[in-house]
Ligand binder design. Sequence first.
Ligand code: GRF
Length: 202
Amino acid sequence: MTVKIAVLVSGRGSNLQAIIDSIEKGYIKNAAVNVVISNKADAYALERAGKHGISAVFLDPVGRDRAGYDREILNVLKEYNTDLLLLAGYFRILGSEIIGAYRHRILNIHPSLLPAFKGLHAQKQAFEYGVKVAGCTVHFVDEGLDSGPIIIQKCVSVLPEDTEETLTARILEQEHVIYPEAVRLFVEGKLKVEGRSVIALD
Ligand code: GRF
């Protein structure tokens, strides 16, 4: 059986690309990205989807409240019989209806070692705080901000010569490693959620 994946994006889509490549190379088996949904018409991620024959859908949030917008997303998810929803650089908060409908079936990638540096510009927050170790996190999405159970984290050392840009680039490299890994574990049915803990039965 193929796990049907939908990806929500707002921009560049390098994490989307990492997932697509991992499926095409056979690292993630028995899964397909069926649809990519963006809240931005000019998101490069939509072009990436098109290049791989994946449906690319722009849903305009202008003039809709959150619940109305989320219902439109839910309609697309249902249309594509979505099993797993991935947030990949999606810069909007998801409402409780979608989260409830897809409990423990929504993943997000965040560029910090959660619970530190939630929200926007996490790498900048970490850099300016002066941490010696930064990193990234894949977690299940719950009703809070970047607060769901953690699936995988990867550390990145902050080097004396680092700038915010060089640190961000090294974190991104690791994002492209752990997001496909987390998706593979999900697709293989190896993730078990116990309260706040996620056990990977790999
Ligand atoms: C990544 O740093 C991700 O962790 C964060 O937003 C950025 C999206 O980058 N949530 P991309 O669109 O996947 O290239």
